[in-house]
Design a protein around this ligand. Sequence first.
Ligand SMILES: [Zn+2]
Length: 415
Amino acid sequence: MAHSIRLDPTPAQRDYFVRAAGTARRVWNWALAEWLHQAALGQKPNAMMLKKQFNAIKYTDPVWLDADGNPWLRSIHRDAHAQPFANLAKAWSRYFERCRTGERAYPPCFKKKGRCKDSFYLANDKFKLEECTAVLPKIGRVVLREALRWPGKILGASVSREADHWFLSVQVEVLEKAAIRRRTANGITGVDLGVSSAATLSGGEKITAPRPLRGALRRLRIRSRRLSRKLESAKVMIGIRGRVPKGTRLPVSKNRTKGAKALARLHTRVARVRRDFTHKLTARLCRENQAVGIEDLNVKGMLANVRLARAIADVGFFEIRRQLLYKALRFGTRIVLADRWYPSSKLCSTCGTRNGELTLDERTWTCASCGITHDRDVNAAVNLQRIASGALGTQSALPEASPTATSVLLPEYIR
Ligand SMILES: [Zn+2]
């Protein structure tokens, strides 16, 4: 498991992080270019050979020397420029694997400064953690905002940036026993994920998500407008109209950098509020239940519906499901996915009659055969609860307990 810990670096350490992440990016790009070149010549490139090739030139090739002719790679710890080769090999094998299984696959691509995630790697024997400090190679003690959460063998770590904050993500091998969490209750709950309220529980509780995006959207618009004005003026300065040709370097003003930072900060704030909410919701569901029934949503299909898309992405359906699946392992909770075609909102949870005419914007409806009026979301959640208890083998009041439900305990969801 990984624990990502916020760092409080000094300005000098911050500077080192930027340079180390930049090095990792440049080495990745070098390795990828060389890989593609060799592949185009009909050779079979591999990470080990490329690394050897790189090691032979990294202190002598003019590209890797600074203005005074000194190899600047010497000032960066070697893990930062050795790891990209392993990452690249992994990226290619993942790509070929996906091609083989017919999933949508994208080959590894070049990383662009400012557009990619800035990060670099540290092997487990190259750093030490002592309570709330980490001793890193080349820069020494860095202050951590909290101590490492998981006990266990440390496998490695990476340092990465999010807006202008730096994080140390420590990969820990946690013994099964240490990862187990105690449940506080043994309920069986169905959860209907929706737009108007993020989650409706079969007990009738409606949980609304903080809509960080909606609130921040106005601010986001203002800040990105400001930034694009600065971009436009940079274009005017070098006399470009319309599209910027590839490879052009626009002059970067102090104000444009500031504007970009402000925008990035807002984006990460939105992401953080959302993350906090989904973590608390999924942890609670797993803590309080022995089984949770959810819909196996066709999230991609729903996102294709533009009007719904922003609201759905804002609540983070996919992330909720992902977190439920891995947290369930820690709490020993069973997650039951209803088949994506299971009509959880259309079935009457009292008598099992199917209401085929139910439209998306009907929030309540009355069953034609038993006359009970349902809240749309609660009704769906109750149906999902029934599927969950059906999967546990307990008595189910309805014959409709889905034959299509799948119960999931997938080890590959452990993170
Ligand atoms: Zn009914």
